[in-house]
Design a protein around this ligand. Structure first.
Ligand code: TYM
Length: 328
């Protein structure tokens, strides 16, 4: 049986990279599986420099966007990780099974190297252990995430193996990543970087709460090149290539078809069409989310009902893990 588990860090509002790389898939998975577990990974956000109050506000904001994207709290379990204490309890247990091989791996992870230069802490180093616990607590088997999470999914499989070996049991199964057709969305300001809130220019990121005007301005300013009419060349023309990919993803059109349509046309035409397509996709999501944020009681209720459901499973699963290893 497939168990879908995923999460997003409430670092602010979700952006187009989150949407195309992961969230779009969450919405379609809820109709194919009756056991999707989707979390607001608020515990993780504490590894960056932020106040608890901000984390709480971001969590509500992000939940509103998830709901407006069409996630249905009657079909999926939607909750914030901090409300389910078993996440950190399992993370602790896993960490005791991860010995020197995994400790040195943690120090080598690119995300740790980058982020620790800005704000170092122990949580940042052991972040992948907590993420593994987020997945293994629900016996996740299929994880809809973007390509940037490759290393973390690999890490989860390693730590699960270490654990199974340490306790001579088969508690945890192998986990696989579910990718969308656009698993790595690039920044509009620099097509060599992924679209991200935590680094790179803000003008390269389309937020799911951006106004129509902001979207149009960002697309207009998107960095391309001076080679003239459109040709498809990922290495030489990464900016143009990114815009073609985005239009293909947002309009649900095959990439080849988009290329055929725009080849030899002007980049400005591509940008205009992409802008309008994005406004058409993001606009209604933003408007619904803003409406939901006007009724914060409802959003809070969704999260508390979700936390109840998640806690029930998490309690049962952790209990069964404790029994397997002989603690109970
Ligand atoms: P986070 O919050 O950085 O991103 C949420 C999801 O969006 C995807 N994503 C992208 N996909 C394509 N292109 C991009 N430019 C882009 N930027 C982000 C991410 O791959 C992710 O799927 N560690 C996770 C959160 C997490 C988690 C978990 C995920 C915590 N526990 C358990 C799965 C299972 C993270 O930081 O995602």
């Amino acid at each position: 049986r497939k168990q879908i588990v995923s999460a997003i860090q409430p670092t602010g509002e979700p952006h187009l990279g989150n949407y195309l790389g992961a969230l779009k898939q969450w919405v379609s998975l809820q109709d194919q599986h009756d056991n999707c577990v989707f979390g607001l990974a608020d515990n993780h956000v504490f590894t960056s420099k932020i106040t608890a109050k901000q984390v709480r506000q971001n969590t509500l904001k992000q939940t509103a966007v998830l709901l407006s994207l069409g996630l249905d709290p009657d079909k999926v379990i939607l909750y914030k990780h901090s409300a389910v204490l078993q996440h950190t309890a399992l993370a602790w247990l896993l960490s005791t099974a991860a010995t020197s091989g995994l400790i040195s791996k943690l120090r080598m992870l690119p995300q740790y190297k980058e982020k620790s230069q800005v704000h170092d802490n122990l949580g940042l180093l052991t972040y992948p252990v907590l993420m593994s616990a987020d997945i293994l607590l629900f016996h996740g088997t299929h994880i809809p995430v973007g390509e940037d999470q490759n290393i973390h999914i690999e890490f989860c499989n390693s730590i699960a193996q270490y654990f199974n070996r340490a306790y001579k049991c088969e508690v945890f199964q192998t986990v696989s990543q579910l990718l969308t057709t656009s698993p790595r969305v690039k920044s509009l300001a620099d097509p060599s970087l992924k679209m991200s809130k935590s680094y790179g220019k803000a003008s390269g990121v389309i937020g799911m709460l951006d106004t129509d005007d902001q979207i149009r301005k960002k697309v207009k300013k998107a960095v391309t090149d001076s080679f003239g009419p459109i040709t498809v060349d990922q290495d030489e023309r990464p900016g143009v290539y990114n815009l073609l990919l985005l239009l293909s993803a947002v309009s649900d059109t095959h990439f080849r078809e988009v290329c055929r349509k725009y080849e030899y046309r002007n980049v400005v035409e591509l940008k205009n069409d992409l802008s309008e397509c994005l406004v058409g996709t993001v606009g209604p999501v933003r408007d619904r989310a803003l409406e939901l944020l006007g009724d914060i009681g409802y959003v809070e209720k969704v999260l508390s009902v979700g936390a109840e459901k998640a806690s029930e499973i998490a309690e049962k699963n952790l209990d069964s893990i404790y029994r397997t290893i002989g603690l109970k």
